[in-house]
Design a protein around this ligand. Sequence first.
Ligand SMILES: [Zn+2]
Ligand SMILES: [Zn+2]
Length: 197
Amino acid sequence: MFFSALTPPVKPQLVEQFRTLTKPHSPLRLNVGFLLRESVGYSREILLDEPHLAIAADLTVEDLRGSLTFTRTPQGLYVSARLQARTTVECSRCLVEFAQTVFSSFSELYHYPPESASPGDSLIPEDMNLDFSAVVREDMLLSLPLQPLCRSDCKGLCPNCGQNWNERPCDCPTDKGDPRLAVLKRLLDNNPPSPPC
Ligand SMILES: [Zn+2]
Ligand SMILES: [Zn+2]
């Protein structure tokens, strides 16, 4: 895990606080207690650069990069995040796995102390830990294309022999007709309709 700040230059003791207060395998889970001790208007950008991270049971990513910006407000903490990563998906045409870039971008006001919040507001829990895994997971899964393509001109698989046409052509007949009609044609060829009496 690696944290650093863009501006102002990060104070070494703050980095140390993050290291000790953050769970080592959850860079998306941060203890924000020390940020709440800062005065209103204080802002800090945390950079994430994570080579490999299992965000959730159904989402593992590589090269998670981006920033989480925390701003102390009278109501609590305003958080704004811009993250991107790569995850492995299957091409919808040729079924080959490839790396697809996914994104997460959100901003949210987390209220503190909880008594100051209205129903429905996001709160900073008593243990001061904010876990962004759920919102990042949802964002990133929603950013995936419905029909991922390994490349825009993916040629796909031969519906007849299964050959990956990106690798090489096959020897199947190049009849571009509707494959459902081809099935019907084969049936008719084998069982010609009886001539009318
Ligand atoms: Zn493909
Ligand atoms: Zn073929």
